[in-house]
Every structure is written in C-alpha cells, then in structure tokens.
Design a binder for this molecule. Structure first.
Ligand SMILES: [Zn+2]
Length: 358
C-alpha cells in the first residue's frame, strides 16, 4: 500500500449553500469515482483529525478564529470585517474547515514520517485565506498551517510549495512573502483576467524572502505543453537548487479547459502530467516526499475525473482518462506566449538563483 487518502464524510459541512460554485458534494463524487475506478488494495482512506486552535494560530489571528467560531454557531455578528462576500459562512462550516486543515496536516505527517509514499489531503488547497481574512471560498489556509506545522513542530527548514490551482494563491503568497524557508512557486492564469488579480511575474518576495516567491502567470488557454514547459524550465531547476525536504502541491481541477470559472487549457492528461512531473522531481530532490492537496474545480462533470487524474499522476495509477467533453484546442496552444513569460520570470529571478544566472 503506497497511497493514503485523508478524507472524512464530515467534510460535507464545508458547503457555501445553494447557488454557490463551491458545494460539498464534490468530496463524495470524487470518493465514489475513486472507489469505482481504483482497486481498493491500491489505497487506504485515512481518517483525519480536526486541526487544533494552536495549529490554526500558527497562521491565523486569534480574533479571526474567534469570529469564525462564533458565526459558525449561527450567531451573526454585526461587524463583518473578516469575510469577503464570495465566502458566506454557513452554520457548522468552521468545524468542517478544521477537518480539512486536519486532513492536510495528517497527509503531510504521513508523508514526512514515511508511513505511506504518497498522501492526498481531500479538500485541501484553501490558498486564498489570509491571516485574518477569508476570501475566494477559503476561510482557513490549510497550506500555510501545514507548512508552519512542519517548520515549527517538526523542525523542517526548507519546504517547497507548488500551487497549480488556476487562481493565484494570494493568501499563501502573502503569508510567506518574507520567509526564505518556504519556496512558493505559483502557476496560474494571468491575474489581469482572473481572480484574485495578483500573482504577477515581478512579485518575487521581499526582505529575506526575496526570490523565494515565484509567480508564473499564464495566458488564458495555456495548454498541456505550456504547463510542461513551465515545470521543466522553472519548477525543476529551482527544486534542484533549493533542495527541499518535502514538496506540497495544491490545486484541483480548475485549470481544466472546461472549467466554468477559469479559462486555462489543461486536459485530464495534462493534469496527470503536472502531478507526475512534480513527483519525478521529488524523487530526485527529497526522496519522493510529496503531499498532494486537491480541492478546487468548478465544472461538476469534470471535477471527479480531474481529481482522479491528479491522484493517478501522484501514485502512478494506470487509469484510462476519458474526457467528459470534446477537446478542440491544440496541445501546444499559447506555448509561444508562455515561453516569453518564462523568460521574464527567469530574468526577474536571476540575481537570486544560480540556475537562472546563465
Ligand atoms: Zn482555483
């Protein structure tokens, strides 16, 4: 057994209500498909714990946590400075969010301690949450809490976070912007064309963290070949030079070409390729230690297949991936523009990294 899936049915409480693009049936639809397509001997579902307040406090402010806990009881406070209107807290959500953060923590601990070669945190990658502000369907930033748990409680000194969600991970970016222990590489749709409107190539960290934030904004329609180019040209050499102790990848199916909130161009094969490539690099630099966090996706028909494609890339499962929609773009769509962006990203980072100094 090499693959752990940190998941609990209680995650269904992380649901923004009717009409919202983020509903919790995503978790059960994925788990149903996983159980249908993958032999039960190939994976183990691991029951996650709830993150504790102490763990949340590694990233979030106490006043914010208390606000969420009060509102989650259905006591609506008059002054809501803490949540964006796109992230309407529902009763009971805070507890479910702690379970999702707990699943991420559980997955990371499993991988770090070597209990399983691969671990997936279902629902993870809530990368828009800031220290004291919930936005973009994210109230706690599980990625950041997980990183801080590894540095503060497990003594890690170098962690690489690769965010392949279609949206820029503005919360994660902000939290680690000055921290050289965390190399944050974020591949996303051009922020001029998509929420949250940040994540430009010139945003590369500051102070001691200068060079440890890497934003790669891709043009709408960026295809499988464009992603492969970015991973080979930016992610792989940086990972080799940084030599992380563990890699955390986050992002669900929203870079898929049929996603309803975004305009990128990955296919199911492309989603699998991205994770498989991250895994290959991890084999070379950190004994294959990868934690995979899968939560986003806004085309209901694609979502479970997209998540399965990601998992199959991580655990090298031999699955046939059948697109639920016909694909008409060329697989090298927007590759030429992507090459230009990669060049600009490397130029910005030249003073910070030997691999780009040539
Ligand atoms: Zn997203």
């Amino acid at each position: 057994m090499t693959l752990a899936i940190a998941y609990s049915e209680q995650m269904k409480g992380y649901d923004f209500g009717p009409g919202h693009p983020f509903r919790s049936d995503r978790y059960t639809r994925f788990m149903d498909l996983l159980r249908e397509k993958v032999e039960s001997s190939k994976f183990e579902v691991v029951d996650p714990r709830h993150a504790t307040d102490e763990e949340l406090l590694l990233v979030h402010h106490r006043v914010y946590i208390e606000f969420l806990q009060t509102e989650s009881k259905g006591v609506w406070l008059p002054d809501n400075r803490f949540l964006s209107p796109d992230t309407p807290l529902q009763p009971g959500m805070e507890k479910a969010a702690k379970l999702i953060v707990g699943a991420t923590l559980t997955a990371a601990e499993i991988v770090w301690k070597g209990r399983f070669a691969h671990a997936v945190g279902v629902g993870g990658g809530l990368h828009h949450a800031k220290r004291s502000y919930g936005a973009g369907f994210c109230i706690y930033n599980d990625v950041a809490v997980c990183v801080r748990n590894l540095t503060e409680n497990h003594g890690l000194e170098r962690i690489l976070v690769i965010d392949t969600d279609a949206h820029a991970g503005d919360g994660t970016c902000q939290i680690f912007y000055q921290d050289p222990r965390v190399l944050f590489i974020d591949i996303h749709q051009d922020p001029r064309t998509l929420y949250p409107g940040t994540g430009f190539a010139h945003e590369i960290g500051e102070g001691e963290g200068l060079g440890f934030t890497v934003n790669i904004p891709l043009p709408p329609g960026a295809s499988d070949d464009a992603y492969e180019y970015v991973i080979d040209e930016i992610f792989a050499p940086l990972a080799e030079e940084f030599a992380p102790q563990i890699i955390i990848r986050n992002g669900g199916s929203d870079p898929h070409f049929a996603d309803e909130l975004t305009d990128l161009g990955l296919t199911l094969k492309g989603l699998r390729m991205v994770v498989a490539k991250v895994g290959e690099v991890a084999e070379r630099v950190c004994n294959g230690k990868v934690v995979d966090l899968i939560g986003s996706g806004y085309n209901q028909a694609v979502l479970p297949f997209g998540w399965l494609a990601l998992v199959s890339g991580l655990a090298k499962l031999d699955l046939q991936l059948v697109e639920p929609f016909l694909f008409s773009l060329r697989t090298d769509h927007r590759l030429a523009e992507t090459r230009e962006i990669v060049k600009a990203v490397k130029d910005n980072l030249k003073p910070c990294w030997r691999c780009f100094a040539k």
